[in-house]
Write a protein that binds this ligand. Structure first.
Ligand SMILES: [Zn+2]
Length: 295
């Protein structure tokens, strides 16, 4: 993915938390955070299955929790890209887009949604309309998601810099998708609806909300491509492959559990790929009505 030389967002801030994460479990914890971030997988589920899902990534803690200037700049450019595209889309609809903030944190952070750590993983908080990203997630994504297949040559940041760029951008776009759902009032409607239905139906609504954020990420990718031609060969496969690897069905199988659709809260691999692709191919938010006929 091409990203250098474009405007960086001024809505990115850093928060230096005091929290320390030490010990052998850190790899698993951060992987869980990534799963949570990318695909909304429950961190506790992910922690139980993380090894199987990721093929047992290294747990070296020396390379964790370090964000480089490159990472910060990358986040600023991707967030700015989402601002440009969503301003455009809201304007076309005769509305005004309100930009979210993004806080890069290390260890621990407090938000309007409560305090969070790397174990929580990056997330979007509707209360302060802010995306929270743990800085270690870039390193972990490069090392553990195995997205572009060249993770083995531990040749330092320079070599690893390109690995999974677009998957990282997709993660940010997915979180911004939750912001868009908040601006459109969708998140509030889902929350209210979830109070009034059975657990199975509530889970289903949660799936549909996540799938819509995937679809919005696809819409963003398409519109940003029209705007700045940022995609390179293999980028889409990279995101689709990542989505396909981390659906709830795969997690359930990896943990030896039965695949029971009503227990899914975040969608199957196939659903995630389908909805991302739908947004990508249409470039239109109207194609992202995951809720139609839901209950
Ligand atoms: Zn999500």
């Amino acid at each position: 993915m091409k990203w250098q030389g474009r405007r960086g967002s001024s809505n990115v801030r850093s928060s230096t938390g005091g929290g320390k994460m030490i010990g052998g479990g850190i790899g698993g914890i951060i992987i869980a955070g990534i799963l949570w971030l990318v695909f909304g997988v429950n961190p506790m589920t992910a922690l139980q299955t993380g090894q199987a899902v990721t093929g047992g990534g290294s747990e070296s803690s020396t390379e964790l929790a370090t964000s480089t200037d490159r990472d910060t700049q990358f986040v600023k450019v991707v967030l700015a890209d989402t601002e440009e595209v969503w301003h455009q889309i809201f304007n076309e609809a005769g509305s005004t887009y309100k930009e979210p903030s993004l806080i890069l944190f290390n260890g621990q952070v407090s938000s309007a949604c409560g305090s969070a750590s790397s174990a929580t993983g990056p997330f979007y908080c509707p209360g302060d309309q802010t995306v929270y990203l743990d800085t270690s997630f870039f390193v972990e994504m490069r090392q553990n998601l195995g997205i572009s297949g060249d993770q083995q040559g531990s040749g330092g940041q320079e070599n690893q810099g390109k690995a999974g760029d677009f998957a990282q951008a997709y993660v940010i776009a997915h979180e911004v998708g939750h912001h868009v759902q908040t601006l459109l009032g969708i998140s509030q409607q889902v929350n209210e609806a979830r109070q009034q239905v059975t657990q199975a139906q509530s889970n289903k609504l949660s799936v549909l909300q996540e799938l819509q954020a995937d679809c919005f990420a696809g819409v963003w990718a398409q519109r940003n491509q029209e705007r700045v031609q940022f995609l390179e060969a293999g980028d889409i496969d990279e995101a689709v492959n990542a989505a396909g690897q981390i659906g709830d069905d795969r997690l359930a199988k990896a943990s030896g559990g039965a695949v029971v659709p009503d227990n899914f809260t975040h969608g199957t691999s196939q659903q995630r790929v389908e909805w991302f692709t739908r947004g990508l191919e249409s470039g239109n938010v109207q194609s992202c009505d995951t809720f139609s006929g839901a209950l």
